[in-house]
Ligand binder design. Structure first.
Ligand code: FAD
Ligand code: SF4
Length: 406
């Protein structure tokens, strides 16, 4: 309440303009300020199917909080914390803030249960469509469930947002990979009139260096997925080298350290100032005693009896060298698209992402739409939510026109 009271209720609300998913911080902060918590939760939930998750993982300092006019007076309003508070109250008091009409309209399939599909599904369900989400893994959530570390995003926050989508009547078919276990033509035969592809980026990029196939070499998302799924059981022994300079590299390094690694070193090819990771993430890993060696690029992973034993990197200055003892090497240098042609004969960009208008989501195949990381090449949760929502509008307009022609 105290924090909400600091808000100066700006007429032009620069914070709201700063949110890609249009979560309307100015509106929900005003509601909190006047003790209308249900109103605040309704504003958030209506705009943002992942209001609980984005409250935890959004880069606020680069979005709404950066725009906040209170910065000019003292410091920005802590918008993320206020959003998390409203969603926590929604859960605590079991508030039902959204209601879907009876699903009397066409069937729509969403492929993948990540932020883009969940946002698309929510919007379609609120407009009366019958939506089924098909997910390859045994739990929904995409990167929220399998990638982002629990200290930043507890699983109960993810589960609550997903439950709210389920409460609108959206069905989930888990352990079903489209393109492997079921084809698009089978989905069409089952009566799905539009198909939304929100498959994200799940193929890890690797460097073609000597030793990359040794036992002990792993990839960021696989490593984080395994750690998260082990429910605290997994332990790491020995020394770990993490390659990369983004938030994912920081997450891997922190996770390895918290799982018991003796020593963790991050190796990044540029300077610390050029590292794309958030300042808070960089500070966190440093506080955990993790070293960051900058301006070194990987040269070779050293092995013995098929297992990782060390790591060699060369300085970008052309003459220095770094040799580390290592029992595990984790590549955290980015993700790329799996082969989307296995799903449908859709046009792709050179990097394997789906070629389509980012806001409208129309692919070259009639009735197939796409959004999220698989289109934008990997951005943020809030951007995937924004894109999923906006492509849902394209699907609604496409199906309404088709219906009109009949
Ligand atoms: C480790 C990591 C940490 C991150 N941290 C942050 C952060 O702190 N803040 C932030 O804003 N963003 C973060 N991001 C980015 C953010 O998570 C993504 O931008 C966002 O999740 C993209 O959503 P999506 O729905 O497009 O894809 P995803 O979240 O990748 O979801 C896609 C889903 O589709 C499923 N799928 C794939 N292929 C098929 C198929 N053929 N059939 C059925 N299902 C399929 C996948 O299993 C997955 O569940 C992070 C990303 C990673 C990898
Ligand atoms: S910009 Fe800051 S002060 Fe202005 S309405 Fe938004 S949160 Fe309040």
């Amino acid at each position: 309440m105290e924090e909400a009271a600091r808000c100066v209720l700006c007429y032009d609300a620069p914070c709201s303009k700063g949110c890609p998913a249009d979560t309307k911080p100015a509106d929900f902060i005003r509601s909190i300020r006047f003790r209308n918590i249900k109103g605040a939760a309704a504003t958030i939930r209506e705009a943002n199917a992942l209001g609980g998750c984005t409250a935890k993982v959004c880069p606020y300092d680069r979005l709404c909080e950066e725009a906040c006019s209170r910065t000019g007076i003292d410091k920005p309003i802590q918008i993320g914390r206020l959003q998390a508070f409203a969603v926590a109250m929604e859960k605590e008091y079991d508030m039902q803030v959204l209601e879907a009409p009876d699903a009397t309209k066409e069937k729509v399939a969403c492929i993948g249960a990540g932020p883009a599909s969940l946002a698309c599904a929510q919007k379609l369900a609120l407009s009366g469509y019958k939506v089924t989400i098909f997910e390859e893994f045994d739990k929904p959530g995409g990167v929220l469930t399998y990638g982002i570390i629990p200290s930043r995003l507890p699983q109960d926050v993810v589960d609550f947002d997903i439950q709210k989508v389920k409460d609108l009547g959206v069905e989930f078919v888990l352990n079903k990979k489209v393109g492997r276990d079921i084809s698009i033509s089978q989905l069409r035969e089952q009566g799905f009139k539009a198909i939304f592809v929100g498959t994200g980026l799940w193929k890890s990029k690797a460097l073609d260096i000597r030793g990359k196939d040794l036992n002990g070499v792993t990839y960021a998302v696989e490593f984080l997925k395994k750690a998260r799924s082990s429910m605290g059981e997994m332990r790491i022994k020995g020394d770990v080298v993490v390659i990369g300079g983004g938030d994912v590299a920081m997450d891997c390094a922190a996770t390895a350290k918290l799982l018991g690694a003796d020593k963790v070193t991050i190796v990044y090819r540029r300077t610390i100032e050029e590292a794309p990771a958030d300042i808070a993430e960089l500070e966190y890993v440093q506080a955990l005693g993790i070293g960051i060696s900058t301006k070194f690029k990987p040269q070779e992973i050293l092995g013995e009896d098929g297992k990782v034993k060390g790591f060699l990197a060369e300085g970008t200055d052309g003459f220095s060298q770094l040799k580390l003892k290592a029992d595990h090497v984790i590549f955290a240098i980015g993700q790329e698209a799996e082969n989307m042609k296995e799903i449908a004969d859709i046009s792709l960009n050179d990097n394997g992402t789906i070629a389509c208008d980012v806001n409208k989501g129309f692919t070259n195949e009639e009735g197939i739409f796409a959004a999220g990381d698989i289109v934008n090449g990997g951005k943020t949760v809030v951007e995937a939510v924004a894109a999923g929502k906006s492509v849902a509008e394209s699907i609604i307009s496409y199906l309404s026109k088709k219906e009109g022609v009949k």
